[in-house]
Design a protein around this ligand. Structure first.
Ligand SMILES: *Cc1c(COP(=O)(O)O)cnc(C)c1O
Length: 431
């Protein structure tokens, strides 16, 4: 008798961040529609994760499905070297329209991590072109996450990041302390002293600062005061350092603004977007920069080319779906959807801060987080959540959701009720 599919999967297929010896269980999903996943058992679960920030318009969105079908009937892929196509042009137009005015040059990358690599190459080539090779280091803030490729790993949190294993293979960057003040705190002028110190000491060797604006995602789901961002923008200007904003998780409305940088009223020199870019249909990301940065690189060594060009760059199928996803964003419904999700999350999650097992409850835009005192047993919690009809994937001490924007009030309540159930079970065990 052949192995069951699940048994085959366990033995042969790596899943994210789990061992091959005793992997966490994987649930087999047959199909998905709207905000629901259907398992092979026929059981339906409400998706609280948007497949990691990505599926903002829901699964099998009719508009995105239609565009994907139309594009497949023309061509799924063609190389981007020496060739261009309508989907790439439409996508770049949309990106330039949606992002702040100075961001005018677009590099279409194949995943978030790659867009971060490209952003870093832009910064390094920018200084090389000005014959300032000593400006080659990066400054970031602790608690960040920028992806799984090597240069991106080098700017993830150095201790809690998932990559400390590779410390000896990764050249070390500069890490300022994680911002302490949250968006709800009063700003204290002294909060910026440490940052100023880093710039004063290191500006001569700094190519760029890279950070996630206001919301630190996979590094710990923390929200920080936008004034930090305003200050860093100012310091970058004063000390001649580029600012790279990684909006791969926060972009396209998730935090209540189209881009999280807007909370601070700043524009970065380089912007990374990904995850929700295609509405979560397939992998695609982009790195945008200014005319000035692009033209400076253009005067640099290597004939002025940006030294990156992946095989599937500008994939037409992904670009077509992304352009349509951004068309939906441009219509603006996300504003009310995110505001409503935020209000409901505040009402239903913040009171759970009173429970024994909960260290902190926080909500920002369409993101709800319960930070527990103790690490969560993912396998046990996940099983319980599936029984309760929800898909929530905790990590570490964090129980968090960032649902599709199109989620209904009832579906969102299913998620928060399940989170409450978990918290109450834990609190009573401890009591
Ligand atoms: C997910 C993420 C990345 C990496 O994107 P991938 O598509 O997984 O390579 C980088 N930065 C941030 C902020 C992210 O949330």
């Amino acid at each position: 008798m052949s192995k069951s599919d699940i048994e085959f999967d366990r033995q042969h297929i790596w899943h994210p961040y789990t061992s091959m010896l005793n992997p966490l269980p994987a649930y087999k999903v047959e199909s998905a529609k709207g905000c629901r996943l259907t398992l092979d058992t026929g059981h339906e679960v409400v998706d609280g994760m948007s497949s990691w920030w990505a599926v903002i318009h829901g699964y099998r969105n009719p508009r995105l499905d239609a565009v994907a079908h139309r594009q497949i009937d023309k061509m799924s892929h063609v190389m981007f070297g020496g060739i261009t196509h309508q989907p790439a042009i439409d996508l770049a137009r949309r990106l330039i329209e949606l992002t702040p005015e100075p961001l005018q040059r677009v590099f279409i990358a194949d995943s978030g991590s790659v867009s971060v690599e490209v952003a870093i190459k832009m910064a390094l080539q920018f200084w090389l072109a000005q014959e300032r090779p000593e400006k080659h280091r990066l400054l970031t803030i602790k608690g960040g996450y920028h992806g799984d490729t090597f240069k991106a790993m080098s700017v993830c949190d150095p201790v809690n990041g998932m990559h400390h294993l590779f410390n000896r293979a990764i050249n070390s960057q500069l890490f300022a302390e994680a911002p302490r003040l949250t968006p709800d705190d009063d700003w204290a002028e002294t909060a910026g002293d440490e940052l100023r110190h880093w710039f004063e000491q290191h500006h001569h060797e700094l190519a760029a600062v890279i950070l996630e604006p206001v919301v630190q995602g996979a590094g710990g789901m923390r929200f920080y005061h936008p004034e930090y961002l305003r200050l860093i923008r100012q310091l970058c200007d004063d000390f001649d350092v580029l600012l790279i904003a990684d909006e791969i998780a926060t972009g396209f409305g998730r935090t209540g603004k189209l881009f999280a940088c807007e909370h601070a009223g700043i524009t970065p020199d380089v912007l990374c977007v990904g995850k929700a870019l295609t509405g979560g249909y397939m992998t695609l990301a982009a790195t945008l920069t200014t005319k000035q940065v692009a033209e400076t690189i253009g005067h640099g060594p290597g004939g002025g080319a940006l030294m990156h060009g992946p095989t599937f760059m500008g994939n037409p199928l992904a670009c077509a779906v992304a352009a349509e996803s951004l068309a939906i964003i441009a219509e603006g419904k996300w504003q009310q959807q995110v505001a409503e999700i935020e209000a409901q999350l505040k009402q239903q999650l913040l009171p759970l801060a009173e429970c024994d097992a909960v260290k902190d409850a926080r909500v920002f835009g369409a993101i709800g987080v319960l930070e527990m005192h103790h690490p969560i047993d993912v396998a046990i919690a996940q099983k319980r959540f599936v029984e309760l009809g929800v898909w929530i994937r905790p990590f570490g001490r964090l129980l968090y959701i960032m649902p599709p924007y199109v989620i209904s009030t009832n579906e969102l309540s299913r998620l928060t009720v399940a989170m409450k159930d978990y918290v109450e079970t834990q609190s009573s065990i401890k009591a």
